[in-house]
Design a protein around this ligand. Structure first.
Ligand code: ATP
Length: 199
């Protein structure tokens, strides 16, 4: 799966529209402390559905919106898009390129898009589950992450390998099916009660 470019606007330190082009293979982001390197990695994880403000180094999701600097006023919206090459058809979509977008406004309202069409977070997660490149798929290795992987407990490491191998999707489907089964069981119980009352 090849990420061709990252488009960032109003996200953390990126007040202006910024485009980062990537080449096939490994990309390394370098720069002085505080220049926004980790913010790029945060942006990528954010689009892929990161829901924890804390893991994005904030306290609430709106903290990702550019909050102003000595020379710039704050902005009202953060938007990040990832442009993927889909020539290989890894995403089951009939497009050569796939753009995933996430947006958040100051009032906390958020939106997701696949090729500029509004969608649910779940649609994006499903798209990535099989590719091994989800938000936990270790396409992004941040500072300290390597040590963290080495220190994982065996069951945690297993989950990681399952995601990369494309098994997580089935685990998710199983969980959903079990939940539906439980809902249905409760409905049946309720119906039995009603029938007993009527009889
Ligand atoms: P280091 O090497 O120290 O980890 P880094 O290059 O990874 O640095 P980041 O942590 O990505 O740097 O960027 C931090 C900068 O981003 C800080 O200057 C911080 O003020 C700025 N920043 C973070 N969130 C926002 C925001 N919502 N609005 C404006 N600036 C922000």
């Amino acid at each position: 799966l090849f990420l061709k470019s990252i488009h960032i606007q109003g996200f953390k330190s990126f007040a202006d529209k910024t485009k980062i082009d990537l080449q096939p293979g490994m990309s390394v982001i370098i720069g002085p402390n505080g220049s926004g390197k980790s913010n790029v990695a945060d942006a990528v994880r954010w689009v892929l559905g990161e829901q924890s403000a804390k893991s994005l180094r904030g306290s609430k999701m709106e903290d990702v919106i550019f909050s102003g600097s000595s020379s710039r006023r704050p902005v009202g919206m953060a938007e990040v898009s990832l442009l993927f090459d889909n020539a290989s058809g890894l995403f089951p979509l009939d497009y050569e390129e796939v753009v995933i977008t996430r947006r958040v406004y100051r009032d906390g309202e958020g939106q997701y898009f696949i090729n500029r069409t509004p969608c649910r977070l779940k649609d994006i997660q499903e798209l990535f589950l099989d590719t091994g490149s989800g938000k936990e798929g270790f396409s992004i290795i941040g500072q300290g992450r390597i040590e963290e992987i080495l220190n994982l407990k065996s069951d945690e490491r297993r989950l990681l390998i399952e995601e990369v191998a494309g098994i997580s999707k089935f685990r998710l489907r199983k969980r959903e099916a079990l939940r539906k089964l439980e809902d249905t069981r409760q409905n049946v119980d309720r119906l039995s009660d009603i029938i007993a009352e009527v009889e």
